[in-house]
Write a protein that binds this ligand. Structure first.
Ligand code: NI
Length: 231
């Protein structure tokens, strides 16, 4: 499932991110790429242990944990701390699949604290679309390629199994945050069923909150989640 989540960050939060990121020392994006994807990756990235990356990552994790649409769609078990990248001067990322497993490391980078299986990939746009030319995120879907370029503060979620790329940025700069989620429900199709069911239950709640079938439907939701979750 491809899902856009609007206004994950407020205009003020976007400005805070942009202000702090404009003062940061960026590094070559190949530092977090796997062997194969390093050949395709041409962008700048904040090192994982960078204090600005850590400060902004905790702000983003905080807002995500309070976003009902994100929780309903992703059913997060673990979230890899958000990273930050910048594409400019023709920067791009060729077609690739994200690494299956990501290690969360200690601040000194020496120890692996936790491992995250990447079920869902996420990009949080931090530049407005009119600030740069190109830079579309192209995600290959069973229905064909989907081009994504969202307003600052909006998020796209897509299955980490998808092939995807970022088109060259030919004018301006495209700043974004990106991260991965290990979901309680590994299978994208099962997660989509749960999301549709949850959204329907919430809609019914607004028009017929006393209806007895709602209790039963909510039970079905939890019983499917119990059946499909892996914790
Ligand atoms: Ni990727």
């Amino acid at each position: 499932m491809l899902l856009q989540i609007p206004n994950v960050l407020s205009a003020e939060q976007v400005l805070t991110c942009r202000h702090l990121l404009s003062q940061a020392d960026w590094a070559d994006g190949k530092i977090t790429a796997g062997h194969q994807s390093a050949k395709a990756k041409h962008n700048l990235q904040l090192p994982e242990g960078h204090p600005i990356a850590q400060q902004l990552a905790s702000m983003i994790l905080n807002v995500l944990n309070q976003n009902p649409l994100f929780i309903s769609a992703a059913l997060p078990l673990k979230i890899f701390p958000p990273l930050f990248n910048c594409y400019q001067s023709g920067g791009h990322f060729g077609l690739h699949v994200d690494n299956a497993i990501r290690d969360i490391r200690s601040v000194d980078g020496q120890r692996v604290i936790e491992r995250v299986r990447t079920d869902i990939s996420a990009t949080l746009f931090l530049s407005q679309p009119d600030e740069y030319e190109g830079g579309e995120l192209l995600i290959e879907d069973t229905y064909g390629a989907k081009s994504v370029k969202l307003p600052a503060g909006h998020l796209i979620l897509y299955p980490s199994t998808s092939l995807h790329k970022v088109n060259p940025v030919t004018r301006g700069a495209r700043v974004a945050s990106f991260f991965w989620i290990q979901s309680l429900v590994r299978d994208d199709a099962q997660r989509t069923v749960l999301f549709d069911l949850d959204q329907s239950i919430q809609q019914l709640n607004t028009v017929a909150s006393e209806h007895s079938a709602l209790v039963q439907l909510t039970g079905v939701y939890h019983n499917l989640l119990r059946m499909w979750s892996n914790v």
